[in-house]
Ligand binder design. Structure first.
Ligand code: HAM
Length: 427
């Protein structure tokens, strides 16, 4: 090995990819029911997009972005998807041309965090953004959609943590209160929180450090900072989620680490993910971001979320949902084996015909012995083996072996494709 994968990145191997595809396809199908359509934005973006949208004092902007320095610009590997989608929405005039304005995306994100299980430097998001979200029904809708997806994946131990952080005026009031209430307690906070007190006091609320928690919970009672409209907005969502039986808990300490949110914020947590990174998905409302990125040209309230696929799969694994899935998988349906090298060409042509019929099939090209080819077919996990021998090539009768029950039978070469299709369908 001349080098290994970079720390904090991981290979997604063929069997695992099947699981990823399954999750992604299910998500796409569910999102489609709600009118969300796929958008693909570049992985590299101008650094200013994230500095302006996520906020200068956020952990991501302060220390986690992978920056590529060019002669006349600074480009970053996107740390998240929302800002890029909003940029694309404004830049491509989707505001005027798209009557639905609901998007989803699936792709890699990059953050220079200290790697550990469930915390990577390259990880994947399945994200959705509704960029036309005036009503609290929109918040409810994305949460129901997320809940449906998690339910369809079979997850039982997930919980949604929910909070409202209010509008800008509420935030200003709350910020002032926090600053004042914590003024004399800063010295009892961890180093990060001491910095946060100056730069972004809300982040003190979700510090995981127990001593910071104690200080902060002593001063925050959580209620009282929401104006009437924000309170009404939030109560509507809570009521509606209750009526749909969604499993959520109200958490007044939930503030989220990105600056663009207002009103509704949420995280989906799972006990199998461990402390510090127990969220497998997160999101919320961001009513000012479109206006901010379009430099005031467009005003469009928005709400969305992103699921971290790796964490989702860890949670599924903890609930025993992955093994069963992988066990049922095979990479191909059929292996064609040949008795003698002189039949290789015949086998090759047969394989091509079967593929034309939509059958997944492989053969060995190296000229292994028949026995070795059979062993390989077993390893490959193919359900059926087609055997080409002297007799078969001469008589146009092909032998077929069912690898699950060991039975062997003959079919005419003409009928082979049809028979295999039926057998695969019934198996
Ligand atoms: P976020 O909370 O930064 O939100 O990321 C969403 C999810 O991505 C997390 O809950 C977690 O599952 C996963 N994630 C984050 N960082 C890592 C990491 N280093 N390794 C593995 N997984 C990770 C956002 O990015 C927002 N853009 C979500 C959103 C969309 N809000 C509105 N629309």
């Amino acid at each position: 090995m001349i080098c290994k994968a970079i720390r904090g990145t991981q290979d997604i191997l063929p069997f695992e990819v099947e699981l990823w595809n399954f999750v992604e396809t299910l998500a796409k199908n569910i999102f489609g029911l709600y009118g969300f359509h796929e958008i693909r934005t570049p992985i590299i973006e101008d650094i200013h997009l994230f500095i302006r949208s996520l906020g200068e004092a956020t952990d991501i902007v302060e220390k986690q972005m992978f920056v590529i320095e060019r002669k006349d610009s600074r480009i970053v590997l996107r740390p998240e998807g929302t800002a890029g989608v909003v940029r694309a929405f404004c830049e491509n005039n989707l505001y005027n041309t798209d009557p639905i304005k609901k998007y989803f995306y699936i792709g890699p994100m990059f953050r220079g965090e200290r790697p550990q299980k469930g915390r990577l430097r390259q990880f994947y998001h399945i994200g959705v953004e509704n960029l036309s979200a005036d009503s609290p029904f929109s918040d409810v809708e994305v949460l129901l959609m997320l809940w449906k997806l998690l339910g369809r994946l079979g997850l039982k131990e997930v919980k949604i943590k929910l909070n409202s952080i209010g509008c800008q005026q509420d935030r200003d009031k709350f910020r002032g209160f926090l600053k004042e209430a914590l003024k004399d307690k800063v010295k009892f906070l961890c180093q990060d929180c001491q910095r946060r007190y100056e730069r972004n006091v809300f982040r003190l609320l979700d510090c995981k450090n127990p001593s910071c928690r104690e200080v902060v919970s002593g001063v925050v009672d959580g209620d009282g900072f929401l104006c009437d409209q924000c309170q009404e907005h939030f109560s509507f969502i809570v009521e509606k989620l209750n009526s749909y039986g969604v499993g959520f808990i109200l958490d007044k300490f939930l503030v989220r680490g990105l600056d663009y949110y207002n009103r509704t914020v949420f995280e989906v947590v799972h006990p199998g993910l461990g402390k510090g990174q127990d969220a497998l998905a997160a999101g919320g409302r961001y009513d000012y971001l479109v206006s901010q990125i379009s430099a005031g040209k467009i005003d469009s309230p928005a709400v969305g979320f992103a699921i971290g696929i790796e964490r989702l799969l860890i949670a599924m694994d903890k609930e025993g949902l992955v093994d069963g899935f992988l066990e049922g998988q095979n990479l191909v349906d059929v292996v064609v084996v040949y008795q003698d090298r002189k039949f290789q060409n015949h086998a090759f042509n047969l394989v091509a015909k079967l593929r034309d019929l939509g059958i997944a099939v492989v053969m060995d090209f190296s000229g292994k012995s028949m026995k070795a080819q059979m062993r390989w077919a077993n390893k490959v996990g193919a359900r059926f083996v087609v055997i080409l021998g002297e007799k078969e090539v001469a008589g146009a009768e092909i032998s077929l072996k069912d690898m699950h029950n060991g039975t062997q039978f003959s079919v005419s070469e003409l009928e082979l494709g049809k028979s295999l299709l039926k057998l695969i369908k019934d198996s």
